[in-house]
Design a protein around this ligand. Structure first.
Ligand code: ADP
Length: 373
């Protein structure tokens, strides 16, 4: 069940002629719908923030100034809200003024114009439809809230799990080291092999938990006003961190013109580092990595791509590889935790972007991600 209070289903009436308002309230009363009467547009603007299911407004009550305030209120509404308005048009023939006003109402978004004189049945059905639509919006709000709560719980869980599990793991690492230092002479070859397996396992678990912790951190990015940064700065950091891998693999990296974007440098460099590291790691056996970075603008966002000439990603796995701990290879062939792309996706989505891959197996892959411009 979703949450909504009675006040959120009430209908606010703004009709300057007192008798009209009273008649409308009466009609709504027959439907057992609570009505609140606003004396003027200021009254309407005072009542709206307290909760509203729909509003019935007489056209002549909406002056240009009150439309401005109403639009300001509307634009501050959350994404789930699409307040339904019922506008009672003026009596008489359409005039240039009434046509201009009708155009102005467009900015209300969700509105229905009803001609006067209004039939009771017409107003009743319009209000019923409006409140039904509003109810759906409250349902969406509840689902969104539940999703946000579940997400926060998951983040908290990932954070505590990764944090708390590292503690006993440290103990395993320390005691394995002590065992080797003080008792290696007492162990035979099998004993040493077992000990090494314990240490490798502990190291791997440490890497997994470390990445899980990074993932939890990526989840808690808060949107705020971010100063624009040139993409080249975090890209340079990522390339510096990967200098050894680049040198050892003989990778050639070409970088196209890069934009200035509103994103934290550390987040961008983390994405670049993961994508370029993968482009090197999953390289072809027959040729050194060729990696190309470029950026292109589409309306409100930039798309940045990282292309390689590596082993490619089979079509069936192009979505799964972004999942937590999802890998296509054994640790023996390529080391890794399966968290790199999940972290990239988490960061990009926090900035309302998208990340995906296009690939021709055996010839290479191109990873794309979008950032708001
Ligand atoms: P990891 O590299 O630690 O396994 P990622 O989340 O970075 O984890 O990648 C998930 C999987 O996606 C990898 O195991 C690999 O199979 C595949 N993958 C990622 N990048 C590439 C790439 N550039 N070329 C081919 N396969 C890739």
């Amino acid at each position: 069940m979703f949450r909504r209070s009675a006040i959120e289903m009430r209908v606010i009436i703004l009709a300057p002629i007192g008798r009209d308002a009273a008649l409308l309230a009466n009609t709504l009363g027959e439907l057992k719908i609570e009505a609140a009467i606003a004396r003027d547009s200021n009254g309407l603007l005072e009542l709206l923030p307290q909760g509203v299911g729909s509003a019935i407004v007489a056209e002549e009550a909406l002056t240009r100034e009150s439309m401005d305030s109403l639009n300001a209120w509307l634009s501050a509404q959350p994404a789930w809200s699409d307040m339904p308005f019922i506008v009672l048009s003026s009596n008489g023939r359409p005039t240039r003024e009434s046509n201009r006003k009708a155009l102005e109402f467009e900015s209300l978004g969700n509105f229905t114009i009803i001609e006067r004189p209004v039939r009771q049945e017409t107003i009743k059905s319009a209000v019923r439809t409006a409140l039904r639509a509003r109810m759906r919006q409250y349902e969406i709000r509840s689902r969104q809230e539940a999703l946000i709560r579940a997400n926060a719980d998951l983040e908290q869980f990932a954070h505590s799990a990764s944090h708390d599990l590292r503690e006993p793991l440290r103990g395993i690492g320390i005691y394995s080291d002590l065992l080797e230092r003080d008792y290696a002479a007492l162990l035979d070859a099998r004993g040493i092999e077992f000990l090494n397996s314990i240490r490798t396992g502990a190291k791997r678990m440490d890497a997994l938990l470390n990445d899980l912790l990074q993932y939890a951190h990526a989840s808690s990015i808060v949107e705020e006003d971010i100063e624009p940064v040139p993409v080249t700065a975090p890209l340079k950091t990522a390339l510096e961190n990967l200098a050894m891998a680049i040198r050892e693999s003989g990778a050639q990296i070409t970088i196209g013109e890069m934009p200035v974007v509103r994103m934290h440098e550390s987040h961008l460099s983390q994405i670049f580092q993961n994508l370029i590291e993968n482009a090197i790691k999953y390289r072809s056996e027959s040729q050194p990595p060729q990696i190309g970075l470029s950026a292109s603008r589409t309306n409100s966002h930039w798309t940045i791509s990282v292309a390689d000439n590596g082993i490619g990603v089979p079509a069936a796995y192009r979505e799964t590889i972004f999942g937590i701990f999802k890998r296509l290879h054994s640790n023996g062939k390529y080391s890794g935790t399966g968290m790199g792309l999940a972290i990239c996706q988490r960061i990009v989505e926090r900035y309302r972007g998208r990340i995906w891959v296009e690939s021709e197996p055996g010839h290479g892959s191109t990873f794309f991600f979008t950032i708001p411009a």
